[in-house]
Design a protein around this ligand. Structure first.
Ligand code: RIB
Length: 307
């Protein structure tokens, strides 16, 4: 069977994760219980998730010419990602993300995007063949907005389906970005910030998703954490619940979902089916520590996920 092709344009970070009893208050110094370093960055995470499931993934990103950048490059190679469009710069350090995870698995993240900010429109244009060859193109907001927009425009010109994950959240997104998103995939916090509407109940979440749809997105897949995800498109609204699990570390769970969704859609699965599968994989990821280290490979997962 041919492997589904996915192209991810986005950031790579080195995650520096401290496990703490609770998140610190302003001005407070806390003792952590444990530290873990691992590969992260929303784009890289989504690419690695899709590759671990068996996708043929091309990554477009920029790394610093430093130890973190070199290790990240090796990590991409190890999981079989096409690195033809992974650029290296000596003008900035690789992106880093100091992360605190509390006893309930909740996190707070600082990102210092560094080299990710230096990705250029010319480099995105050079990646046009990789974008055009993909079944799905995935973008987020951890690289400069004009670069994300350039990638989505190329995908639209090449008639490739786009998933846009508006993370990390920022309120001022241009309407064109919605129109370029075949699938607009925010989480609860991002939705509240973008719409100014609450998402506490499913009815509220649907109303907020409808307002995002009205801005021009083809479909909205609103991730709801342990409540699963809500698909809202012109045909209506469908809630796809997630199974209840004990979360150890939720860092990167949204990326596990987006990478899995990209994989299953590129494989040709219908939308609600792809979402249900992505829910299951995100649920697996929250039960292990770390970001990419918590992402399962196809071999770790029940066979019915791939039938
Ligand atoms: O979504 C989780 C990711 O956010 C982490 O890997 C961190 O690098 C930040 O980008």
């Amino acid at each position: 069977m041919e492997r589904p092709k996915i192209c991810v344009v986005g950031a790579s970070n080195l995650d520096l994760i401290s496990y703490v009893p609770r998140l610190p208050k302003m001005g407070e110094t806390l003792h952590g219980d444990r530290f873990q370093m691992g590969f992260g960055g929303k784009g890289a995470n989504q690419a690695v998730m899709a590759a671990k499931l068996g996708g043929d993934v091309a990554m477009v990103t920029k790394l610093g010419d430093d130890i973190f950048g070199r290790d990240t490059l090796q990590n991409f190679e190890r999981v079989g990602i096409d690195i033809s469009h992974v650029h290296i710069t000596d003008q900035a350090f690789s992106g880093v993300a100091p992360i605190a995870v509390d006893a309930d698995g909740n996190n707070s993240i600082i990102i210092v995007t560094g080299a990710n900010d230096l990705l250029t429109e010319k480099e995105i244009e050079a990646a046009r063949p990789a974008i055009a060859a993909a079944g799905i193109v995935v973008c987020q907001l951890e690289i400069p907005l004009p670069i994300t927009m350039a990638a989505l425009r190329i995908a639209r010109e090449e008639d490739v389906t786009t998933i846009f994950n508006p993370a990390p959240a920022r309120p001022d997104l241009p309407d064109e970005l919605y129109r370029l998103s075949d699938i607009f995939c925010p989480n609860e916090t991002e939705t509240e910030l973008l719409t100014g509407m609450p998402v506490s109940t499913l009815d509220e979440a649907e109303a907020a998703a409808r307002s995002l749809l009205a801005r021009g997105a083809g479909a909205v897949v609103l991730t709801l954490g342990e409540r699963g995800a809500l698909l809202v498109n012109e045909e209506g609204a469908t809630h796809i619940p997630a199974e209840a699990v004990q979360a150890l570390d939720t860092t990167g769970a949204g990326d596990a979902f987006v990478g899995s969704l990209a994989y299953f859609l590129a494989l040709g699965k219908p939308m609600t089916d792809a979402i249900a599968r992505a829910n299951r994989i995100a649920a697996v990821s929250v039960q292990a520590a770390g970001t990419q280290s918590s992402f399962p490979t196809a071999a770790d997962l029940p066979g019915d996920l791939f039938t």
